[in-house]
Design a protein around this ligand. Structure first.
Ligand SMILES: [Zn+2]
Length: 392
């Protein structure tokens, strides 16, 4: 398919809004009309920061966040899954207790921020909720869990988090835990642990969508075989774009699709992560950003952006990203692709630095020949279909 040139205003959409509809990129109007969701938003990392409000507009030059309510409007991102991300710690009673306390607090923080903004956004537990909120012009807040480590060995806690509104959860993060092997650790269980198999059954019983991003290949295979319902990968890239164990190979994408699931495409691991000593130091600080006074946050941003002028964390750019997205659609089909860029969790590339760039993605899909209906399936329909299929 041919690729059309993108009108300049698509690259600076905010500056186009005064020019009337006809001067916007053709994809922009379409993008704004569609229901657009992202399956992995790490923005709760910013929710607890001193002096930072989700309702305020932030700029990349002066703040490290990639998402806030004004920029959700810019990018016509209607909502997504706000993650309770818990870093992996020791597999001990104390480790589990600390992680559980953290995850409960993080869940409460997400609730608080949604409640503070209840005039413009609402909690979604079902696909119907998402459509109802969208029809009412409100942003959609689903809740997810990245890493089930906080559950310890007590699977009854899954029901507690389901009660708190969690509708998508992954077993593991970047290190092996009590449930599964991570894609980025050495095999311990060769897939799921015995407890991990029970975790799958309990997820199915409760109707929480299983998220296999970060799971090892063997864990992915076992989840796919065991789960009674379709699963998602909330933020994964293709291994054919970059050979990294965190990415999904094309054969597994085909098998995911055969089982009715969907892969939400991320912007990460399309190259090796350039974690230079300086970036590693800043990344470590970034994970602690909510404990910093505003002046220290500003200093971290200044150092991060200064480093950006000398080196990037990822070598790929927007064109490479689109190439991977189109390949994923070719392999998985329009019914099995969705989007989860990993905003505020390490995502973002040159040309797609924050969510205000999302209309450009629709523009490229349109240029590649996909119908409006197919594009909307990829932005939200496939996610909502998988969600609605749980327990059926
Ligand atoms: Zn992640």
């Amino acid at each position: 398919m041919t690729r059309v040139a993108i009108p300049l205003c698509a690259l600076a959409l905010a500056g186009c809004s005064t020019g009337g509809e006809e001067t916007k990129a053709p994809g922009a109007g379409l993008h704004a009309r569609m229901l657009v969701l992202d399956t992995h938003l790490d923005t709760p990392l910013h929710f607890g920061r001193q002096g930072w409000r989700f309702a305020d507009r932030h700029a990349l030059a002066t703040d490290l966040s990639q998402l806030d309510i004004p920029r959700m409007r810019d990018g016509a991102l209607d909502g997504g899954f706000f993650a309770i991300y818990t870093a992996q710690g020791p597999l001990t009673p104390q480790g589990y207790a600390d992680a559980l306390a953290f995850a409960r607090k993080r869940s409460d923080l997400i609730d608080r921020v949604i409640a503070e903004n209840s005039g413009v956004m609402g909690v979604a537990l079902t696909a119907d909720d998402a459509r109802r909120l969208n029809a009412a012009g409100k942003l959609i807040a689903f809740k997810s869990m990245e890493n089930s480590y906080p559950l310890g060995e007590d699977l009854s806690l899954l029901a507690e988090f389901h009660g708190k509104g969690v509708r998508l959860a992954g077993p593991v993060h970047s290190l092996n835990n009590q449930f599964a092997d991570s894609a980025t650790d050495k095999p311990r269980w060769n897939g799921l642990s015995p407890l991990g198999r029970q975790w799958v059954a309990e997820m199915n019983r409760l109707g929480i969508v299983i998220d296999a991003s970060h799971s090892s290949d063997a864990a992915f295979d076992q989840i796919l075989a065991l789960s009674k319902y379709p699963i998602l990968l909330s933020h994964s890239s293709l291994r054919s774009a970059h050979a990294h164990p965190r990415n999904l190979d094309e054969d597994r994408l085909r098998r995911l699709a055969e089982k009715g699931g969907a892969m939400c495409i991320s912007t990460i691991f399309m190259s090796e992560m350039n974690l230079s000593p300086e970036r590693a130091e800043l990344f470590g600080k970034y994970e602690q950003i909510e404990t910093m006074p505003p002046a220290e946050q500003a200093e971290l941003t200044r150092r991060w952006r200064d480093l950006d002028t000398r080196e990037t964390m990822w070598a790929a750019d927007f064109d490479a990203y689109i190439k991977m997205v189109l390949r994923a659609i070719e392999v998985g089909g329009v019914d099995h692709i969705c989007f989860g860029a990993d905003w505020d969790g390490g995502g973002g590339l040159r040309g797609i630095e924050d969510i205000s760039a999302l209309p450009k993605v629709t523009e490229r899909l349109k240029a590649a020949g996909y119908s409006d209906a197919d594009i909307e399936k990829m932005w939200s329909g496939n996610i909502l279909r998988v969600l609605a299929a749980q327990g059926k």
